[in-house]
Each structure stands twice: as C-alpha cells, then as structure tokens.
Design a protein around this ligand. Structure first.
Ligand SMILES: *Cc1c(COP(=O)(O)O)cnc(C)c1O
Length: 335
C-alpha cells in the first residue's frame, strides 16, 4: 500500500516532447542528447524518451545509468560528470562515452582498454564557471587523445552556469565555434559533436534567433521532459507540453486563518522544491511550506477544499527531479 503524494507521469506526452525538440533541432542539423539525470534512472520515462527517436542519453550519476542498463534500454549512454578515480573502471563498463575535463582521467580510460573505444567530449572552460580545459591547454589535450587507441575523441563541449546572461552566451558560443574550427584544422578532420547546453541556453538562442554556427550537438534535459525551462510561463517551443508530470496531494486540514481560507497539504520541503510547484486549480496559491506541510490559500470565491480532497500541481524541472528521487512519493505511469 502506498500512502502519500503521487506523481502521475504521462509517458505519451514525454515522447511527444522529445520528438518535438528532436525535430526542431534537426531543422538546423543539430543532434540531441537527452539528459535524463532528473528521471532518477527510471526506465519507463527513459523508454518514453527513446520512443521519441532519441538514442543518446546523458546522466551525471552512475547509479542511474546502472539502473537503465539493467532495464535493457537501448542506446548510447554518456556520463556527464567527470568520474572520480574510483568510478572510472565501472564507467567504461557502463558508458559508451563521457564528458571529460581532466587528462589523467582519460589516460586511465586508455589503460583500462574498454572493448570498444570509449568516446569522450572534452569540455572547454570559456569563463563559463564550471568544468573544462582552459583554451590554451586544449590543443595539446586533443592531440594526445587523438593518438589513443581505446579512447575516441568524439567532440568538444561547453556548459553554461544558470546565471549566464544572453549576451555572454552568444559571444561565448561564437568563440566556442571558432575554437572547434581551430581544433578540426589541427586534427585534419571534423569532430562528430560540437556540443552545447543547457535548456536555458536553448531558450535564449530561440528567443534571439541566434544560430550558433559550427556547432551541431545539444545536451538538453529540462525542455524535452518538462517542456519549459525553470520559471518560464510558456513552453520553450510551440507544441511542447508542460503537464508531462502532475503531482497529486491530499488535504489533511482546512481552516480559516485571519479571514483567509487555507488548506494544509501532505507534502513539504523534504519531498521537493515547493516553490517550483504550480497548482492546476487557478483559485489556489501556495503561501508557505515546512518540512512536512504545504499551506495553500483559497480565493474567497473558491469551492472550499475538504479534508481528503486532492490538489494537483504541475511543476518545474527541479521539483520534478526531487519528486522523482523521493522515496515518499509514489510514481504512477500513464501510457
Ligand atoms: C544537466 C546538464 C545538461 C542539461 O541541462 P538542462 O538545463 O536540464 O537542459 C547538459 N549538460 C550537462 C553537463 C549537464 O550537467
């Protein structure tokens, strides 16, 4: 018996979103890796994404990738976060490729001699605030990896922190395109992936109609799964669905608090990021939360909630990911 909140996951809608984003990118000859870290290794959701024509999956956590392999999901698996030394051996068993920012780590993969060459995307740090090789060490690193036998230099990649503003994103993507060009010139061949992310960056470039020239690969998680980036009202592309997951929570008490009708719900900060939940019923408003409770206010004209009623929410990606990983939240699938 499951008690407590239920996350209802609409698998067909997720397939629809993945298909929509893949087709939109194909228009610019960009290919798509779907980042599934928010799904917590859930095979049903990742199968629904695969059904949208996606064959490359990225995750930052090896336990998620393990679960997906065990469920026999077909496709290419990529580890997105540089593996700590104790994870490298398991990584080459589980993953076809990884994003890398450290030469020693790549040298060790070469030593481990995986049965098929392990693909790597070398990350480049252009003041983007996170992982990556410095531009002045990149050519030497590419040259060394290119000469390895058990590692394939698959491409170059860039990541932007969430705060990055649109002007910085454009300038930096241009610069990244030039760097990719230089590296291809030096290697005398084209790279399979010139890869950028995230959903926020994708949202920026769609709005500004900026097409980053020379790049051909996007890593997106939020938009193909939830349909919009955190805090945006509208879907990122027309036709994307934002109700791919709906949270259902029971009312456990109602009362009038300084003339305001409120209801207490059986979910709290331990379960998810409450501030990124949105009630579907538009006469409700979340006014407070604590570890175990969420307080919603009802407009005076609303049909008042009773104890035992259900309240439904859509959510942004961070809330979705937290709900997925919470053992206190049951998952129910609709095909
Ligand atoms: C999480 C992540 C992404 C995807 O970001 P979204 O905002 O969910 O689209 C892409 N690349 C890397 C390295 C990531 O860690």
């Amino acid at each position: 018996m499951n008690f407590g909140p239920v996350l209802k996951i609409e698998l067909r809608k997720i397939t629809h979103n993945a298909t929509t984003v893949r087709k939109a990118l194909r228009h610019n000859d960009h290919s798509l890796m779907v980042v599934v870290k928010g799904c917590c290794g859930d095979p049903n959701i990742v199968r629904a994404i695969a059904a949208g024509g996606i064959s490359q999956f990225g995750d930052s956590r090896m336990s998620n990738l393990e679960r997906l392999r065990e469920a026999n999901i077909k496709g290419e698996f990529w580890l997105l976060r540089s593996p700590a030394p104790d994870q490298r051996e398991r990584m080459v068993e589980l993953c076809n490729g990884s994003l890398q920012s450290d030469l020693d780590s790549i040298r060790e993969v070469e030593q481990l001699r995986p049965p098929d060459p392990h693909r790597v995307i070398l990350m480049v740090d252009l003041g983007t605030g996170r992982e990556g090789f410095q531009p002045n060490e990149l050519l030497r690193a590419c040259d060394e990896v290119e000469r390895m036998t058990h590692v394939e230099l698959y491409g170059l990649g860039i990541y932007f922190m969430h705060g990055s503003d649109p002007a910085f994103v454009e300038t930096t993507l241009r610069r990244f395109g030039e760097i990719c060009n230089e590296v291809e010139g030096a290697l005398g061949r084209v790279l399979k992936a010139k890869s950028f992310a995230t959903s926020l960056v994708y949202d920026h470039i769609l709005k500004s109609r900026f097409v980053p020239s020379g790049l051909n690969h996007l890593r997106l998680g939020t938009v193909p799964i939830i349909g919009r980036r955190n805090s945006a009202d509208m879907p990122t592309l027309p036709g994307l669905l934002t109700d791919t997951a709906v949270l259902e929570v029971k009312v456990i008490q109602t009362k009038i608090l300084s003339d305001r009708p409120i209801a207490l719900l059986e979910i709290g900060d331990l379960d998810t990021d409450i501030s990124l939940l949105r009630p579907i019923q538009n006469d409700l408003r979340v006014i407070d939360s604590s570890s175990d409770h969420t307080v919603v206010e009802q407009t005076p004209s609303a049909t008042f909630l009773k104890v035992g009623d259900s309240v439904e929410f859509t959510m942004y990606f961070t809330s979705f990911a937290r709900l997925m990983s919470s053992p206190y939240v049951a998952k129910r699938y609709r095909v």
